[in-house]
Design a binder for this molecule. Structure first.
Ligand SMILES: [Zn+2]
Length: 347
């Protein structure tokens, strides 16, 4: 692998290739973008390009440095990620990062520390990182990988150069599913359409009941009525088999998938309202039903519903009670969809 194998991130690649050639690398970066679009993969390729023994703007992939980075055995590169079954990056891990950076590079002129899921740092860990960011050693490069900027403290953000990653195109996701995961073209295309530009989501969905779950959800959501409120939350928990999951993290991840599916549905309705012929819909099999539904809801209502869903996603990440969260989200959506609509049409 090298930058050549990274999909849909040409702007970011160009930026770093220039920085490497002109030796203008910053001490700290934040890589931000949704999950599963290649931020971690890119960070590893970036480390290779920086450490490669053959000077240039991309890794050679054959020298000893490139090979050892590929095998996670390079002494000047450190990856930190939440330990298994842990929701947080612990203070001990940040202290280890400090010690790592305090020792001069062994084989290169840089030392790179990459923190995956840096949004999972608690207050104590953030403080520890902040101290390092305030006075980084001259040879240090720190990369924080996150999904949303709000999840990192302003004091940390302000000391980092922010690099935004784009979602992958449907074609890129489809090609990766076919070439790397050996899925057949038809299935790859359907999964790519509902992946929201994330290869991780698409791969995850391919091994689950995801397609059936989503088909059920869209069929059901199209026929929702105002008084479905509490019964619909219970239906969701049953139909998506969320009740059956015993590990809390698995439950949370399934609920996240469910909420994102809601988000994609209402985004599709907004897309329908643009009136373009070639609509880039996630649920393209329901195109006619979505077009018809979209005429009954105003842009304002759809934006409000989308905000409700995004807020629910944020709360989910903050340990909210799953059942209450779903009930609350659905009540608000139904109110906006029906009560507001009625009020607006009367007045
Ligand atoms: Zn190399």
């Amino acid at each position: 692998m090298s930058f050549k194998n990274i999909s849909c991130q040409d702007r970011v690649i160009n930026l770093f290739q220039k920085a490497i050639i002109h030796d203008h690398l910053a001490h700290a970066y934040i890589f931000v973008g949704q999950e599963g679009i290649g931020k971690t993969l890119f960070s590893k390729e970036l480390a290779k390009a920086i450490f490669c023994q053959h000077p240039g703007a991309d890794a050679c992939d054959t020298c000893s440095h490139c090979q050892r980075i590929a095998n996670d055995h390079f002494p000047d590169l450190l990856f930190i990620l939440p330990e298994e079954n842990s929701r947080a990056i612990k203070i001990e891990q940040l202290r280890y990062l400090q010690e790592f950076l305090n020792v001069k590079p062994l084989e290169s002129k840089y030392k790179i520390a990459i923190i995956q899921s840096a949004d999972k740092m608690n207050e104590e860990s953030s403080n520890c990182l902040l101290k390092t960011l305030e006075e980084p050693p001259s040879y240090a490069i720190i990369v924080l990988i996150i999904t949303s900027l709000e999840s990192v403290r302003e004091t940390v953000r302000s000391r980092c150069q922010i690099i935004r990653f784009s979602p992958l195109s449907v074609t890129a996701v489809k090609d990766i599913l076919v070439n790397r995961f050996q899925l057949d073209t038809k299935q790859a295309e359907r999964l790519a359409c509902i992946s929201n530009g994330s290869i991780e989501r698409a791969a995850l969905l391919s091994g689950t009941r995801a397609l059936e779950n989503k088909n059920w959800l869209v069929d059901r959501i199209l026929t929702l009525e105002m008084n479905d409120n509490l019964s619909f939350s219970k239906e969701l928990l049953n139909e998506w088999h969320i009740q059956d999951l015993e590990v809390l993290e698995e439950k949370r991840s399934q609920v996240k998938e469910l909420i994102i599916s809601f988000l994609l549905y209402y985004r599709d309705l907004l897309v329908c309202k643009t009136g373009e012929n070639d609509l880039p819909l996630h649920y393209r099999d329901w195109k006619e039903a979505l077009l018809s539904k979209s005429t009954s809801l105003s842009d304002d209502v759809l934006f409000r519903i989308i905000n409700v869903i995004k807020t629910s996603l944020e709360h989910l990440d903050r340990n909210a009670n799953i059942t209450l969260l779903l009930e609350n989200m659905i009540t608000k959506i139904l109110y906006l969809q029906f009560a507001r609509g009625i009020t607006q049409s009367i007045f």
